[in-house]
Design a binder for this molecule. Structure first.
Ligand SMILES: Nc1nc2c(c(=O)[nH]1)N[C@H]1C(S)=C(S)[C@@H](COP(=O)(O)O)O[C@H]1N2
Ligand SMILES: [Mo]
Length: 215
């Protein structure tokens, strides 16, 4: 027990020295679960993933079709606004930019922001640029295994920090919706669930943009 605590502290010291620990965060070796409301059930026979709004053609994939989309692996550090950070997390899923590059999603020139729509009406919003970044993934797997129901099975968005990629926007982890069902491309930004509840819309982990009254 005591040994474990020292292990965590040592790991934290290491990432701190590497410049990977954002201000006000501490390292966790666990994977906390955080969301509002119940965990939805999944029915592969009725599940669809839709892309709509400011796109040339609306698309809808069923679960089988979604699994056939081109896949990507991603390793990154994730930072929760409630102050835990988890390092070198490994995800697998679908990169939105790959879908766009392959002509599977065709955003209109008017598309500037994206709303992630999740089960039970949960939403979160980001600029479209963030979705195209290599630190944003529509993830089906964590650590080589399908997501657990608590962490968003069958599909969630994830966004975090890749060491030495300061060109990317690195927001807190709530900008990744669990139980994701659609992406809506929009012209004007629309605040999502936590953003309306007072979380900072930009959510930059390095600037500690946690709440919107901290301008
Ligand atoms: N659908 C949905 N997705 C959500 C949330 C939520 O309430 N509902 N909470 C967000 C928040 S605040 C965080 S910190 C992360 C937590 O993900 P985890 O439970 O896998 O750690 O999910 C995000 N995605
Ligand atoms: Mo959160």
């Amino acid at each position: 027990m005591f040994k474990r605590v020292l292990g965590r502290r040592d790991e934290e010291e290491k990432v701190k020295k590497e410049g990977r620990l954002p201000p006000g965060q501490s390292l966790t070796t666990r994977f906390p679960v955080l969301h509002y409301g119940p965990v939805p059930s999944f029915d592969p026979a009725t599940w669809t993933f839709r892309v709509h709004g400011e796109v040339e053609e609306e698309v809808s994939w069923n679960w089988k079709e979604f699994q056939e989309l081109p896949r990507t692996k991603l390793k990154m550090d994730i930072h929760c606004v409630t102050r835990w950070s988890k390092f070198d997390t490994e995800w697998e899923g679908v990169h939105v930019k790959t879908l766009i590059d392959n002509g599977l999603i065709k955003p209109k020139a008017s598309a500037k922001f994206v709303v992630q729509h999740c089960e039970y009406g949960f939403t979160t919003n980001t600029p479209m640029d963030w979705l195209l970044g290599s630190n944003f993934l529509l993830a089906t797997h964590f650590d080589g295994q399908p997501l657990t129901p608590d962490h968003g099975y069958p599909l969630r968005a994830v966004v975090g920090a890749i060491p030495n990629r300061s060109d990317l926007s690195e927001p807190y982890f709530w900008k990744g919706g669990k139980w994701l069902r659609s992406l809506e491309f929009v012209e004007e930004d629309q605040l999502g669930f936590w953003e309306k509840a007072g979380y900072h819309n930009k959510a930059d982990v390095w600037k500690e943009q946690r709440f919107s009254y901290q301008y």
